[in-house]
Each structure stands twice: as C-alpha cells, then as structure tokens.
Ligand binder design. Sequence first.
Ligand code: GSH
Length: 124
Amino acid sequence: MKLLLKGFRNGLGGIIAFFSWIIPTGKVKRSREAQQQVDVQTQNIELYQFFGCPFCIKTRRAIRRLNLNIVTRDAQDRQGAYRAELLKETGKTQVPCLKITDGDTVEWMLETNQIIDYLDKRFA
Ligand SMILES: N[C@@H](CCC(=O)N[C@@H](CS)C(=O)NCC(=O)O)C(=O)O
C-alpha cells in the first residue's frame, strides 16, 4: 500500500513536472553583460529539491522565469549525500530549500514563497 501510494505520488509529480516543462513561463531578458553578472552570483546558490514535488516545480518555474542558472541538488534519494546534508544543516528534509553561500557564511532558506520572494527581489 505504501509502495503504491509512493508510486502514485511520483507518477503524478512526473506528470506535473512534464506539463510545467512544456508550459512557457516568460523569461526575464538581460544584456549579455548583465546575464554574465547574474550567472556569477548564482554560482553561489543551489536548490535542494525533489523532481516531482509541486512546491519544487513552482520554485523551478520561478527560476526559469527569472532566467537564472541555479544548480539543483536531488534531496529525494534516501541514501544520497544532499539529503543527509539538508537534514544536518536544517534539521529537516523539507524541500525546496535554497542554499546561499556568501564567503564563509551559508544560509539555508526554506519555504517556497520565501525563496521566490528572495529571488524576485534579488534578480527580477
Ligand atoms: N510549506 C512548504 C511545504 C513544502 C513541502 O511540503 N515539501 C514536501 C515535498 S512536496 C517535503 O519536503 N516533504 C519531505 C519532508 O517534509 O521531509 C513550502 O511551501 O515550501
């Protein structure tokens, strides 16, 4: 039963991810120089996420709309290093979670709306 529910959830997540992928978001346009500057800044940002999680899909759509090259980390794999890191640093395995590195300082940001607000304020 648990396995069936898991399969259903993953299947549904995959379908949502597929539609999200084919439905355009509109995209922020920047000059080549401005995009290069943004790309440098986003090298210090990582998105810990699950592929089929609706909150993660919403966050990935915002990232696409803002034309950001943010690396994604799979936190779904129970044996995976990224899930372990997320749990160690935030005390939870909740996704999406944005890891923002600024020199020696690392901020872990949870909550979809907070993440999107942050990205909008910084990059829109
Ligand atoms: N309030 C959160 C909800 C996020 C959420 O429920 N994420 C689920 C995946 S869809 C999750 O992290 N589940 C695993 C866990 O909580 O350990 C948000 O808006 O980001």
